[in-house]
Write a protein that binds this ligand. Sequence first.
Ligand SMILES: [Zn+2]
Length: 368
Amino acid sequence: MGATKKPPVGKAYIIKRTIDIILAIALAAGVFFGLKHLFSDRDKISNERPEAVLSVVEDSVPTVSSGDQTIYTSEEVSNNQVYKGSLILVSNEHECKLGDDGELVSILAKKSEEDVSCYSVKDGDVSVRKETMTNLNAMMTAFYAETDIDDVQVISGYRSKERQQELYEAELEENNSDSSDLVSKPGYSEHQTGYAIDINITRDGENIDFDGSGDYSWLAKNGYKYGFVQRYEKDKADITGIDNEPWHFRYVGTPHAYYMRKNKLCLEEYIDEIRNYPYGGLPLEFADSNGEIYQIYFVEMDKEGESTMVPVPEGEDYTILGNNVDGFIVTVDTGKKQEKTKESKAEESSKSEKKKDSKKSEDASSEE
Ligand SMILES: [Zn+2]
């Protein structure tokens, strides 16, 4: 082993060592910050919302205030409100707690008031909620404009619990049965909400069952634009507990009807879906057929008290609706519009191609 060369201990050496140390620190710091930056970018990427439904909004905005400066305040809402509003789920399991609360209007009266004569109504007693009425007139007017069909008749709207009792008993007697898949138990009929209607076709004084076929399918396909959905479809009978009823329409409001239609969800499934978006996480965000962007989230009812503090975005346009089960659905109209992506443009042009084709085959009905 040769003698190790002892380092010189001069001034110059100390300066050199000092510079070395400074350089080493600077290098280490550089590596550290570089890595940190890299990881923070990775965090950003992993925080992006997963690809959601059909209309994915490109630049998603998180619920909790950050980049977009949304500030949430709380609104105290009485727990009674859980049982009110156009999204209430009424089924064999969920009783309707609404009644005649002064919001019902006669369809006949409102039709003539607004001078809408492109559909008829059985008599002056058939009534629905004001909100349902306004949108019913709009939907039927659009339906007539598109199809020239004016023989649809509304045969049923709001039904009191007592009236449902009579119908139920008559149905059981007629079929000599102790239950029914067609007539709901008193208290459990959607007709008690004032958000549901039954229609038929009236031609030459004859009443024909509405089966939604041919040009009449426009209503099931386009009703969402006016907040209506066909409530009981054949392939959802297992979930709804009600057989296929093409004549029964339910007003749920926009943009909910759009989301349900696009994603083929019945009301039971939609209410469940919204529970996956509780306040505090990312909201359910989507653009409707006009490209308007909505955010929807769920706030569970506070069972401890008589009211619930519902977080709402300050200064934004929102609604709070009960689900008739366990909480509130907050819908925020962001006022923003989705920019058309390459995909949606491509989708549109392929649709218009299809439209051209269908025009050739004399079928002018369109889903839009
Ligand atoms: Zn019905």
